[in-house]
Design a protein around this ligand. Structure first.
Ligand code: ATP
Ligand code: MG
Length: 479
């Protein structure tokens, strides 16, 4: 199959590159502009603090009485100190008429006109500063000499180091960004290649599963990440489905076998009867016996049909009803149905009175079906003259009923198996069955949020004791 143009790889790589590029661009904007601003601010602060520091020294300079001008040597010394403090700024001094009384030796300033600033500073008695290109020009009115006049002191500081520092950082940033993007690209390609390879393996496995069925082999992925989890979940689903498919096949095979046996027997009996009738050599006793056997087989078939119908309903996920059901009453009703059979077997059915009504929140039909299954088994195995006890009770959270008999009990090794479909134990009593009763009962109990279990019989007692537990109905519901 052709690879899509905008496949996962292209989209992942594009997203990776885009997010890296945007991150770097935002980082550059966030870094470079404040850096430039900060360096300029630092440069300006140096000049302003130098002016403040030199103000007193300039005020102390001696004044030539004849000319009224500050002593030149002292002025040159103070200005050279001011220049050093101001980070190498060039310093000039102008008087009120804007005549230069001090200028740096190598005046190479490219300042178009700072006279206007000096004039403004002297007129307003306040410092004036401007930034012209890379040059900071500060004009300060300062008194020079003890009792001397106020002059305009001009400091010009080149801040071109700010732009060069920013340029260096910018180019380092571009290099780092290029390297970062290249690494992101390489890592992205490597990562998407492995991820896609693993996804493709999974896709191929799914296709194989589609073509070859559940026996197709799935890839092993031991990575502890989402794709690994997906592969393992996929393998789990396959094994679950395989298991269900096996169980379904086994069920169909067993069910059809169970159906065929009574049908074949019924067919044989009816054939013999037909033969007898056609030859007119009918022995009435024989015919009666054959009809009895035929009816037995047909009852067996109808019993199996009911069980299979129950199972198919359970498999079709038919919803169970929920309503308050009093288990004592339910047990008495079911016991009444078995009265005749129990009487024939000389077995007594006792429904013990519960200390308080045992209200369960369940489907009355399903709950009665479970009690019927338990009672049916118990009557089968109970010895003549014994009694079968049904004991409903409740503990608030759950309502339950136990069904105990005095039969042979269930051997330890069969305790789990008897709840499986088509599994009969060794203590089955005289009646024939299919091993479906308890399987249906347990499934129904679970559907209603309850359980069906075989309890351990106390050492000094014999027989089997089953318990059906169901969620208790809330107080308001049971009234
Ligand atoms: N009260 C009991 N005492 C001793 N063994 C029991 C009792 N109830 C069930 N069993 C054992 O559990 C097995 C499974 O019971 P289950 O009701 O599922 O099937 P069955 O009675 O054999 O057949 P079916 O109920 O389908 O007619 C029985 O064959 C029997 O060996
Ligand atoms: Mg049974």
């Amino acid at each position: 199959m052709a690879r899509p143009v905008f496949g996962l790889r292209t989209r992942l790589l594009a997203a990776l590159l885009l997010s890296s590029a945007v991150t770097l661009a935002v980082a550059a904007l966030a870094l470079l502009s404040p850096l430039e601003h900060r360096l300029r601010a630092d440069g300006e602060a140096t000049v302003f603090s130098a002016v403040a520091a030199s103000r007193a020294e300039l005020g102390d300079i001696g004044v030539n009485r004849a000319t009224g001008l500050p002593d030149y040597n002292e002025l040159a010394g103070a200005i050279s100190l001011l220049r050093r403090r101001a980070g190498g700024a060039q310093v000039s001094v102008l008087d009120r008429r804007l005549a230069t009384i001090y200028a740096p030796a190598n005046q190479d300033l490219n300042v178009p006109d700072y006279y206007a600033q000096v004039r403004q500073a002297l007129a307003s008695h306040r410092g004036v500063h401007t930034l012209i290109g890379d040059e900071l020009v500060v004009a300060e009115p300062m008194r020079i000499g003890d009792g001397g006049a106020v002059y305009g002191v001009v400091l010009v500081r080149r801040l071109q180091y700010v732009s060069s520092a920013v340029a260096v950082v910018r180019s380092a940033f571009i290099d780092a960004a290029a390297a970062g993007l290249a690494i992101a690209l390489v890592l992205g390609i490597a990562l998407t290649t492995t991820l896609l390879r693993r996804l493709e393996r999974l896709r191929d496995a799914a296709r194989e599963l589609m073509q070859r069925g559940l026996d197709a082999s799935l890839p092993l992925d031991r990575h502890r990440d989402e794709i690994g989890d997906l592969t393992r979940a996929f393998a789990g689903m396959q094994s679950r489905l395989r298991h269900q498919e096996q169980a379904r096949k086994a069920f169909v095979a067993t069910a059809s076998h169970e159906l065929r046996t009574p049908l074949a027997s019924l067919d044989g009996t009816l054939e013999l009867l037909e033969d007898d009738l056609s030859t007119a050599r009918l022995d009435l006793d024989d015919a009666r016996e054959r009809t009895r056997r035929a009816r037995e087989q047909s009852r067996r078939l109808s019993h199996l049909a009911t069980d299979l119908l129950d199972l198919s309903r359970l498999e079709a996920d038919v919803q169970v009803r929920r309503e308050p059901v009093e288990l004592g009453e339910l047990c008495r009703a079911v016991a009444a149905e078995f009265e005749r059979r129990a009487h024939e077997k000389r077995v007594e059915l006792d429904v013990l009175a519960a200390p308080s009504p045992a209200w369960a929140d369940c489907d009355p039909g399903a709950a009665a079906r479970i009690v019927r299954i338990l009672l049916d088994n118990a009557i089968d195995v109970a010895p003549g003259g014994s009694s079968i006890r049904m004991q409903p009770s409740t503990d608030g959270a759950c309502a339950q009923t136990t069904v105990s008999d005095s039969g042979p009990g269930v051997p330890e090794q069969e305790r789990a198996r008897i709840f499986e479909r088509f599994q009969r134990g060794s203590t089955t009593g005289a009646r024939s069955g299919f091993g479906l009763g308890l399987a249906i009962g347990r499934e129904l109990a679970v559907r209603m949020g309850g359980t069906l279990e075989l309890l351990h019989t106390p050492e000094n007692e014999k027989g089997a004791r089953f318990v059906l537990r169901l969620p208790a109905a809330r107080a308001g519901e049971s009234t």
